[in-house]
Design a protein around this ligand. Structure first.
Ligand SMILES: [Zn+2]
Ligand SMILES: [Zn+2]
Length: 204
C-alpha cells in the first residue's frame, strides 16, 4: 500500500530532516520516542501510524516513498544504516515481526511435503516432523524459515491470521500439542487461552 502525501505533509516532514552528507542519513530533528525513534505527529492515518501515540516518522517515510504491505504489528521497520534516528527510505527496510509470519498459499508440492510429516490418529493430525521444546510442530516455509506447523495449517485451511490484532493464540481443543488438524484449532485471545489451560488443569 502506498499513501501519497500532499505538499503540506511533505513540507512538514522535510522541515524536520537534516541530511548527513557523509552517511546519506536523513536525521530527524523532531520529537523522538524514549528509545530514540523519530515521531511525526502529522503522520496521516493508515499503516504508517502505529497507533494514536506512536506516529512513526520512519514508517511514514517508508509508506510514502516505498510502500507498506501490511498493517502494524506484522511489519517492523529496520535501519540498514544502524541509525535509529534516520528516516531516509533508502536506508529503511520492512521486516516481518514474529507474529507477522506471512503464510503463502500452498501449492501441491507444499501440501505433499507438509502431509509427509502428519500421522492421523483418532482424528488428530499428529506432527511427526521437528518440534520445538514445548512440543509444538515446526514446519519449513518455502524461504527456509521455520514456522509453526499448526499456524500454517490454520492459515491454509481456515483463515489468515495476519490481520488479527496481536495477542491471539491457537488453542488445541483436542489437547494434543503436536496436532495440526485445523478443525482442532481455535484462535482465541491469549487471556482466553490461559483460562482454558487453567480449567483443563483443574479438571485433571
Ligand atoms: Zn540512514
Ligand atoms: Zn487434534
Amino acid at each position: 500500500m502506498r499513501t501519497t502525501p500532499n505538499r503540506n505533509q511533505l513540507r512538514a516532514f522535510f522541515v524536520m530532516v537534516l541530511v548527513d552528507h557523509a552517511t546519506g542519513c536523513w536525521l530527524w530533528t523532531g520529537r523522538r520516542t524514549p528509545q530514540g525513534f523519530p515521531l511525526f505527529p502529522q503522520c496521516p492515518p493508515g499503516p504508517a501510524r502505529l497507533d494514536a501515540k506512536v506516529p512513526s516518522a520512519a514508517r511514514t517515510s517508508f509508506a510514502w516513498f516505498r510502500g507498506l504491505l501490511l498493517p502494524w504489528p506484522y511489519w517492523a521497520i529496520g535501519h540498514r544504516c544502524q541509525n535509529p534516528n534516520c528516516v531516509n527510505p533508502a536506508h529503511l527496510h520492512q521486516r516481518r515481526t514474529k507474529r507477522g509470519e506471512v503464510v503463502e498459499r500452498p501449492d501441491r508440492h507444499a501440501l505433499a511435503e507438509y502431509f509427509r510429516h502428519v500421522r492421523v490418529e483418532s482424528g488428530c493430525w499428529l506432527w511427526q516432523g521437528e518440534r520445538n521444546a514445548d512440543g509444538y510442530g515446526l514446519a519449513l516455509a518455502r524461504d527456509g524459515r521455520r514456522v509453526s506447523a499448526q499456524r500454517l495449517a490454520y492459515e491454509w485451511f481456515v483463515e489468515s491470521l495476519s490481520a488479527r490484532p496481536a495477542r491471539w493464540q491457537l488453542d488445541h481443543v483436542c489437547n494434543q500439542r503436536s496436532c495440526v488438524n485445523p478443525a482442532h484449532l481455535e484462535c482465541v485471545s491469549q487471556r482466553e487461552n490461559l483460562e482454558r489451560i487453567g480449567r483443563r488443569r483443574r479438571m485433571r
